[in-house]
Design a protein around this ligand. Structure first.
Ligand code: NAD
Length: 348
């Protein structure tokens, strides 16, 4: 007998099923739902185990593990960041993740997280924009039109009421791709040829460029009063997007300071550069935007709690649907001490 017991089966969400699930719910609904899940988990921030993610760096990229737990569930994501991959026909970022029951230690979900990372990163930008941008923000500049870009635009439409998107990438083919993907979304789209053009009239600027280097995608003179910036592309030591003068001028908001100080735009600043944690703004423990002319910067690097929220969401959503497969993933000896005996089930 080689059939595993029901308890040992772990729901697995493949890339194919994640695509189907997202369309089944509707992509903008997913963005709104994920925003709610992230806000719920940020509201109970202090309950979570928190640690900067564990990175293994090479010349060309990074592979990271991102764990956290709320005491009932434990989650982690495996994710890579390889800016050179795109030129080789591979993605810059891929991932998968696990959710587990803290009481038994048994996994309760295994999921692809390449799509889910793009969805949760966009929802996190939406959380930041909702709490930090001027309430009358309607126009967004999207700099870097790769994999993350369309998700970022749709999240800000669904959650923050963005109506106009201006797009720019050093590769015009990337902008053309994003324009085509977003056609029919209800957003008014403008393809821009220069960085000066893309930021013109923007209330919100999102940067999602990929280069394993300290880049200056934006300089201070390009950022007008009252703008909110989501800088999400600089997310690893030695990898930034903004000129330090912008960081110096802006009020800086972060996920988890011990991680962001190593990985975010603020790695360019003194180790005690003042920052505010986003969860504290959300829960009323700290001020967000203080005036219509203030420049607010969400220095987003991606934190484990956002992945935990996303896994928790997927775990809830797949119940009673065909959008997962049960995997024989955990050994299930009839007698818990008789693992060797279980091995004999498959003896020819
Ligand atoms: P991608 O490789 O698909 O796209 C990146 C795009 O940036 C490309 O189209 C490239 O041409 C463009 N680009 C590079 N330099 C530029 C410049 N100077 N000006 C304008 N455009 C430029 O990568 P992706 O999956 O979209 O990811 C983008 C970045 O976001 C990566 O650095 C990735 O590590 C990061 N990321 C962050 C989070 C987070 O939580 N903060 C999550 C996912 C990805």
């Amino acid at each position: 007998m080689t059939t595993p017991s029901k308890l040992a089966l772990v729901p697995f969400v493949s890339v194919d099923n994640m695509m189907r699930l997202t369309h089944h719910i509707g992509i903008e609904n997913v963005m709104r739902d994920l925003t709610d899940y992230i806000e719920d988990d940020f509201a109970r921030w202090e309950m979570f185990d928190k640690t900067p993610r564990v990175g293994s760096h090479s010349e060309v990229g990074v592979i990271e593990l991102m764990p956290t737990s709320d005491g009932e569930l434990y989650g982690f994501k495996y994710v890579n960041g390889h800016p050179k991959n795109m030129k080789e026909g591979l993605q810059t970022v891929t991932g998968f993740g696990v959710l587990a029951d803290v009481y038994s230690g048994y996994p309760v979900l295994l999921s692809e997280m390449t799509l889910l990372t793009a969805l949760r990163t966009a929802a996190t930008s939406a959380v930041a924009t909702k709490h930090l941008a001027r309430k009358d923000s309607k126009t967004m500049a999207m700099i870097g039109n790769g994999s993350q870009s369309e998700f970022q635009c749709l999240a800000l439409k669904a959650v923050c009421g963005i109506e106009n998107v201006r797009l720019f990438d050093i590769d015009p083919a990337a902008t053309a791709k994003a324009m085509a993907n977003l056609a029919g979304s209800g957003l008014k789209l403008t393809a821009c040829k220069t960085i000066e053009e893309v930021v013109s009239g923007a209330d919100v600027i999102t940067t999602a460029t990929a280069d394993k280097d300290m880049q200056t995608i934006l300089t201070d003179n390009l950022v007008g009063a009252g703008v909110h910036i989501n800088a999400i592309g600089g997310d690893c030591p030695g990898k930034t997007e903004l000129h330090r003068d912008i960081v110096a001028r802006a009020s800086v908001f972060v996920e988890y300071p011990p991680q962001t100080r190593i990985e975010g735009e603020i790695q360019q600043m003194d180790p005690d550069h003042p920052v505010t944690e986003l969860w504290q703004v959300m829960t009323g423990k700290a001020d967000g935007r203080r005036s219509a002319s203030e420049v607010t910067l969400f220095d987003g690097v991606g934190f484990a709690i956002e992945d935990f929220s996303a896994l928790r969401y997927v775990h809830q959503q797949i119940k009673g649907t065909p959008f997962y497969k049960d995997l024989d993933f955990v050994a299930d000896p009839d007698d818990p001490r008789d693992l060797f005996g279980m091995l004999q089930r498959a003896k020819p």
